[in-house]
Design a protein around this ligand. Structure first.
Ligand code: SF4
Length: 357
């Protein structure tokens, strides 16, 4: 039986970061603020997760902020308590996130010494003009260098992208992903840009200088980005910001494609595109078979795919869970005809033109 992955998260908020990215309000985005956890707090939290999950081994992740921009002694203070737990087999991996330009020699020596397994880079875009407009303070070349130094150190590297930053476009986001995939990232996170209250982006939005992606455009673009990553066999471990009370509240997101089920909207979009293709020319009622894990994506969020296809004259009469259908496949039957398609190989999006579902 496959073991369940248990991740013990630690949120490192804005501390240590001298930058002011236009979209960033670390406290609201991570949902936590305050001081760094002390050694005993780290150990206690890991012990609590192990006990409640009934697992002997857990993974540790430091999210948010820019871990490697903390003073070295603070980085040590966070990583050192994990080492005996790693030796005892209680912690299997350590991951953290940081900026692409924050991996100098002293930091790299520390990450190697404390056996960090994976570093997620806040790439955001591979277009220098977009990075400058977002106040990131690093370039695409910094990302290329970061992948290279991490690779040389034997540390896996992942990347985070933010489609929809000022000056970005759907084609620009696709091109950024294309350039990022060339570095063989271990994983990806895709966070369409949203406008959080109190940020520089919010001021620009209020002045009419910045217009975020609509939810529909972000979902359509997200589907193309996810499809591209699937074809490259790079896992997309998150799409869209995690819903928190702060983000959902009146002082959280004020504009932009924020949706608590953003990933499902994107997966549903891929299913819609495939169903449309498979049902071309269909008349009468259509039966869809999907792997149980894919059924809700096939139906669409709140039945959206059924409704959209219905407006095009395609009546999805029955949706049947079927374990013999692979998770990336869908099968349709109508009028004695059966067709099967695969989300990866049977969807073909143009390389550059924006797609609107
Ligand atoms: S580098 Fe990270 S923590 Fe610093 S302002 Fe930018 S997004 Fe926020």
């Amino acid at each position: 039986m496959r073991r369940r992955r248990v991740i013990v998260p630690f949120f490192i908020s804005h501390q240590g970061c001298p930058h002011a990215c236009v979209f960033c309000d670390q406290q609201r985005i991570s949902g936590e603020s305050g001081s760094l956890p002390a050694s005993d707090e780290i150990r206690d939290k890991i012990a609590a997760y192990r006990a409640s999950a009934g697992e002997t081994t857990v993974e540790v992740a430091f999210y948010g902020g820019s871990f490697t921009m903390l003073p070295l002694h603070q980085q040590r203070g966070l990583l050192a308590p994990l080492q005996p737990l790693r030796d005892a087999g209680q912690v299997s991996t350590i991951r953290l996130s940081t900026r692409p330009d924050a991996l100098g020699p002293a930091v790299m020596a520390l990450l190697r010494e404390f056996r960090v397994s994976l570093v997620e880079l806040g790439v955001q875009s591979m277009d220098d003009a977009v990075l400058a407009g977002a106040g990131r303070g690093h370039t695409a070349a910094d990302t290329t260098r970061a992948f290279s130094v991490l690779g040389d150190a034997g540390i896996a590297a992942g990347g985070q992208l933010m489609p929809g930053l000022p000056g970005d476009s759907p084609n620009g986001a696709l091109s950024s992903l294309h350039r990022l995939l060339a570095h063989n990232p271990a994983c990806l996170r895709i966070y369409p840009t949203v406008v959080v209250a109190g940020t520089e982006l919010a001021a620009r939005f209020r002045r009419g200088e910045y217009l975020p992606l609509t939810l529909g455009d972000a979902v359509a673009l997200g589907a193309r980005l996810l499809h591209k990553a699937l074809l490259a066999q790079v896992p997309v471990i998150r799409m869209g910001l995690q819903a928190t009370d702060l983000l959902s509240g009146p002082h959280g997101v004020i504009a932009g494609p924020y949706h608590p089920a953003f990933r499902q909207l994107v997966e549903s979009e891929l299913c819609y595109d495939l169903l449309r293709r498979l049902t071309a020319g269909a008349t009468g009622a259509v039966t869809v078979r999907a792997h149980p894990s894919r059924l809700s994506d096939a139906i669409g969020h709140q039945g959206s795919n059924r409704n959209r296809l219905g407006k095009e004259g395609i009546v999805l009469e029955r949706l049947i869970p079927d374990v013999t259908v692979a998770p990336h496949d869908l099968a349709v039957s109508f009028s004695g005809i059966t067709r099967k398609g695969n989300i990866m190989t049977d969807l073909h999006y143009p390389e550059t033109e924006a797609h609107h579902g």
